[in-house]
Design a protein around this ligand. Sequence first.
Ligand SMILES: CC/C=C\C/C=C\C/C=C\C/C=C\C/C=C\C/C=C\CCC(=O)SCCNC(=O)CCNC(=O)[C@H](O)C(C)(C)COP(=O)(O)OP(=O)(O)OC[C@H]1O[C@@H](n2cnc3c(N)ncnc32)[C@H](O)[C@@H]1OP(=O)(O)O
Ligand SMILES: CCCCCCCC/C=C\CCCCCCCC(=O)OC[C@@H](O)COP(=O)(O)O
Length: 377
Amino acid sequence: MGLLQLLKGQFLCHLLIFYVFLVSGLLVNLLQLCTLPLWALNRQLARRINCRLGYCISSQMVALLEWWSGTECTLYTDPESYPRYGKENAIVILNHNFEIDFLCGWTFCERFGVLGTSKVMAKKELAYVPLIGWMWYFQEIVFCKRKWEEDRRTVAKSLQNLRDYPENFWFLLFCEGTRFTEKKHKISMEVAESKGLPKLKHHLLPRTKGFCVTVQNLRGTVTAVYDSTLNFRNKETPTLRGVLSGKKYHADLYVRRIPLDSVPEDEAECAAWLHKLYQEKDTFQEGYTQTGRFPGPVVNLPRQPWALLNWLFWAVLVLGPLILLLLQLLQTGSTLTVLCSLAVCIAVSGAVHWMIGQTEINRASSYGNKQAPLNNN
Ligand SMILES: CC/C=C\C/C=C\C/C=C\C/C=C\C/C=C\C/C=C\CCC(=O)SCCNC(=O)CCNC(=O)[C@H](O)C(C)(C)COP(=O)(O)OP(=O)(O)OC[C@H]1O[C@@H](n2cnc3c(N)ncnc32)[C@H](O)[C@@H]1OP(=O)(O)O
Ligand SMILES: CCCCCCCC/C=C\CCCCCCCC(=O)OC[C@@H](O)COP(=O)(O)O
């Protein structure tokens, strides 16, 4: 094992990386808060500024994946669609099977220059996660409670707000609404059976309402749906802890660009269209498990240096004062101050564990663990 690989496994390195993330993230959140008055004066400028501020946080996690863990992300797609990626507004549909699927999504956003503007329909609980959740508030992320009666108005309103967004954005939907577990899969296949739908082997049954309301509200703003299917080589089940420890994974993403005009306007037809799409995704996943690859040619998509440069900028900015403080502590610090510093380290590492825990499937919500009553309206 090389020295660098050994270093990547050290707790102290993780603590330093998280320290940079935490302090720079709080600074960025503060700057975002300072843009509040600007929203009333010049909304489009406030949005552009918040895209860039948000980038400062999310790109640190991308840098962790691309540069620290060295994870490779391969894109399978039609070369004719490829030039349009990043140059139009799109709805992205992604399977929700992996703890770092969102991070791979962000990595592709970074490579197509839309990381700062990337959007998602996220569960409301994530709005309270420090740094990321707070950043999302200023990036106009669409939050849902996963209770349609409450979501139908709020989600539509948040989507309407995006209609005059000043920059190209991708809007991500994990239509399954929750991460894949065997129990949730079994229950959702019972629902599929009761609805007369074919069973899926690799996906939970998609919830169609979020997709249909997104299409309704973003028609005319968004030009395409990017149907994206993600898997990892060697049957790996990647984790954020693995990434932080420098473990290298290899992600494969198959993307099909579907013009939005071909998605039906009628709600029932739109729902049927989504179910059919998931049946196709399921065959792609089955093909991947059999052959280790997706259909379609591979497009070369090298990583960009910007995420790393952003991380280095923040590291220099926030590590300098920390080092000075530690030196001063060693020279003059009483036992009490040294103990207090230790307590701060423990608190910071506790915060890392809690935040990483948000991404762990074994701590997933109970949503989808039992059948919601069938709705006939
Ligand atoms: C070129 C490169 C291309 C791509 C790169 C890839 C990606 C990059 C793009 C962008 C990146 C951006 C950001 C990424 C960063 C971070 C993201 C991280 C996390 C956020 C993820 C989440 O939080 S996921 C959870 C929240 N989101 C959702 O839930 C969305 C999907 N859900 C819906 O759409 C729902 O409909 C709803 C939330 C709007 C409402 O929920 P509710 O529960 O009320 O749902 P329904 O009314 O739909 O449910 C009832 C219907 O479902 C049937 N039913 C009942 N039980 C089940 C069951 N167990 N399983 C399935 N279905 C069930 C029931 O019968 C009802 O059926 P109907 O026919 O009546 O609809
Ligand atoms: C730069 C270095 C930083 C290192 C430390 C990183 C610590 C930050 C970690 C995480 C921040 C939280 C990211 C939130 C994204 C979680 C996405 C997710 O997967 O949500 C689950 C949701 O879809 C469905 O939930 P359930 O399956 O129903 O439950």
